[in-house]
Design a protein around this ligand. Structure first.
Ligand SMILES: [Zn+2]
Ligand SMILES: [Zn+2]
Length: 298
């Protein structure tokens, strides 16, 4: 049974070729390991590699890391850690996908060389320097609205598969170094390949993403909070769960306005778009009740 008082959360990925006929065995083994050891969360396998975010108590997460290293036969897979007082996941999901990160470009498979990876320290120094540069956020609008690096360009994409489209219509001056980043580093691995196919060679990515940077530089050049894909919604500079943002029950996107539900008294967040029409309720279930019976009688 899973009953951690502090949840240890970790995310990781590795591009590594997996034979197609091995995928379902890996899926079954991973599912069994997680279930047995009280590890919750989402792990994806594809022919191009593995990607996941999981949570559990500390010993379980330590054991999980060892397991991933031996399962993938790669002890240099790095893990980005944070904690949460509430469970960030409620179940075990292990899925097979066409890609471990959805650029819809299966032809772009990152090489193992990582010359273009900057450590948090190298990235921090680059941000501090006055050299001409472009810093581009490769994440989606609902993520960048929660926070981004100081001075970074927000391409305002709704989905990572629009990255190519964005590059198509954007002029990137030649000779100027481009610095790209995302949550944990995985999207940049593909974003950089897409840039290279368009002739941009002078591109660097933040290794281990914002989560890796905040672990070393909580008071650095990152402004706001960092959106994460679990129930915490976002983490702050100290990698603690957000108290500023939630998920809007109307549209499922990031929301900043806090309300109390008229039917069940739960606190909830609603986004500016849904606020005028959604009603003072925390969920679809409460909305049904509210529409049929009106506000809860005191
Ligand atoms: Zn909404
Ligand atoms: Zn409610």
């Amino acid at each position: 049974m899973v009953a951690a008082s502090v949840w240890y959360v970790t995310c990781f990925y590795r591009f590594i070729h997996i034979e197609a006929d091995k995928l379902s065995t890996l899926q079954a083994e991973m599912h069994e390991f997680m279930t047995k050891n009280g590890v919750l969360g989402l792990v994806l396998f594809a022919e191009e590699g593995i990607n996941g975010t999981v949570a559990g108590d500390q010993p379980a997460i330590e054991k999980f890391k060892q397991y991933v290293w031996s399962l993938m036969n790669a002890t240099d897979i790095t893990f980005k850690d944070s904690t949460s007082e509430k469970p960030p996941f409620h179940r075990v999901r292990v899925q097979l996908r066409a890609e471990i990160v959805g650029l819809k470009r299966r032809d772009l498979v990152p090489e193992t060389t990582q010359d273009h990876h900057l450590t948090p320290k190298q990235w921090h120094d680059a941000m501090a320097s006055s050299e001409p540069k472009l810093v581009i956020d490769t994440r989606n609008k609902y993520e960048t609205m929660v926070g981004k690096f100081k001075g970074a360009i927000d391409p305002e994409i709704q989905n990572f598969s629009q990255w190519g489209e964005y590059l198509e219509k954007t002029e990137i001056p030649e000779g100027v170094p481009v610095y790209i980043y995302c949550t944990g580093g995985i999207r940049c691995e593909k974003a950089i390949l897409e840039m290279r196919t368009r002739g941009h060679e002078n591109v660097y990515q933040l290794r281990d993403g914002i989560l890796g940077y905040l672990a070393e530089y909580p008071e650095g050049y990152y402004e706001g909070e960092c959106f994460v894909f679990d129930e915490r919604v976002a983490v702050d500079h100290n990698l603690k769960p957000s108290t500023r943002f939630g998920i809007c029950p109307g549209c499922g996107l990031t929301a900043e306005t806090k309300n109390v539900c008229d039917r069940c008294d739960a606190e909830y967040f609603v986004c500016a778009t849904c606020d005028p029409t959604w009603g003072p309720v925390c969920s679809k279930a409460c909305r049904d009740l509210w529409q049929r019976h009106g506000p809860k009688k005191a």
